[in-house]
Design a protein around this ligand. Structure first.
Ligand code: NAD
Ligand code: UDP
Length: 313
């Protein structure tokens, strides 16, 4: 077994955080999950609570936190547009003050810290597919800016703590990720479509559905995060996503077919500043991390549909 470490996961009771905590425990580490339960829930980690190496702490990362840890994964931040636009000022505070607090902790205890950044730093990208060298096309005053600019500022904080204070940092830019433990009311497209299909409700396609996204199954992402953490002398930023690109209308049709649902597709207005296209270039992840996603959309959807069948029906 690898050296047993104490690992802090902020946002550990969220969708991605709960999967990451699970894997870290499997590897034999001690795990502290910090969460304010805004979009996450104790239910996501209920199955881990009996493990003596796991601690769940109710804490808001806009406030400092102190613990002796070896590694920090900074995931705390609502990720669904519905959630992050609910209280935009709080979203900015979580990204910016949260990053400052966690970087301060990493500096004090000499921990390696990874930032869960996002493909949203590329905004509505004019370059396709998106490479890490692309600076992005973000509206700084639009409805998504609380998230996009918060995450961009966090990247800047990470890089500057590294350059100025020698903090050991890692930045990953995560592309649309889905899987079990997304909330049924999460608001993001994969969970919305599956829940709507299973309940026989209308499938809500925003705009004409020709906008594209690239969907990554959560297990692939967690594998990429672990590989990034163990790769020495590489700070990123690095894209972690599945380059398979799908139109939203194609996703709706796949979900309908796979669930055998009789739901109808209905078209709703496209939210302001909704990116038209998104697809990661993952050459850097392949080269530096020897990582690439393994689970195709159809397989990942199958697993996610099974999960929602068990939890909502
Ligand atoms: P999520 O909403 O399920 O998880 C976020 C967690 O952070 C939740 O448990 C929430 O309660 C917690 N949280 C929010 N604000 C907090 C605060 N101030 N203090 C402490 N905890 C707080 O979303 P997710 O999909 O699991 O996303 C996790 C991280 O990955 C986020 O930082 C997100 O920006 C990033 N990310 C996710 C995706 C994706 O497609 N899922 C894509 C890009 C980036
Ligand atoms: N979307 C949709 N119907 C829904 C939810 C989302 O058509 O019920 C669209 C949304 O407009 C966007 C895409 O699906 O074009 C992905 O949206 P999501 O909120 O999942 O992620 P993001 O826009 O942040 O990539």
């Amino acid at each position: 077994m690898k050296k047993r470490k104490t690992v802090l996961v902020t946002g550990g009771a969220g969708f991605i955080g709960s999967h990451l905590c699970e894997r870290l425990l499997e590897q034999g580490h001690y795990v502290i999950a910090l969460d304010n339960f805004f979009s996450g829930s104790k239910d996501n980690v209920l199955h881990l609570l009996d493990n003596h190496r796991f601690e769940l702490v109710r804490h808001d990362i806009t406030m400092p936190y102190f613990a002796e840890v070896d590694e920090i994964y900074n995931l705390a931040c609502p990720a669904s547009p519905v959630h992050y636009q609910y209280n935009p000022i709080k979203t900015i505070k979580t990204s910016v003050m949260g990053a400052i607090n966690m970087l301060g902790l990493a500096k004090r205890v000499k921990a390696c810290i990874m930032q869960a950044s996002t493909s949203e730093v590329y905004g509505d990208p004019a370059v396709h597919p998106q490479l890490e060298t692309y600076w992005g096309n973000v509206n700084p005053i639009g409805p998504r800016s609380c998230y996009d600019e918060g995450k961009r500022c966090a990247e800047s904080l990470f890089v500057n703590y590294h350059n100025q204070n020698g903090v050991d940092i890692k930045i990953i830019r995560i592309f649309n990720t889905y899987g079990p433990r997304m909330r049924p009311d999460d608001g993001r497209v994969v969970s919305n479509f599956i829940v709507q299909a299973l309940k026989g409700e209308d499938i809500t396609v925003y705009g004409d559905g020709t906008q594209t996204r690239s969907f990554q199954y959560v297990d692939d992402l967690v594998e990429g995060m672990l590989k990034m953490m163990e790769t020495e002398n590489f700070t990123g930023p690095v894209n972690i996503g599945n380059p398979g690109e799908f139109k939203i209308i194609e996703l709706a049709e796949m979900v309908l077919k796979m669930t055998g649902s009789k739901s109808k597709i209905v078209f709703k207005p496209l939210p302001k500043d909704d990116p038209i296209q998104r697809k990661p270039d993952i050459s850097m992840a392949k080269e530096k991390l020897n990582w690439e996603p393994k689970i195709p959309l159809e397989e990942g959807l199958k697993r996610t549909i099974e999960y929602f069948k068990k939890t909502i029906l």
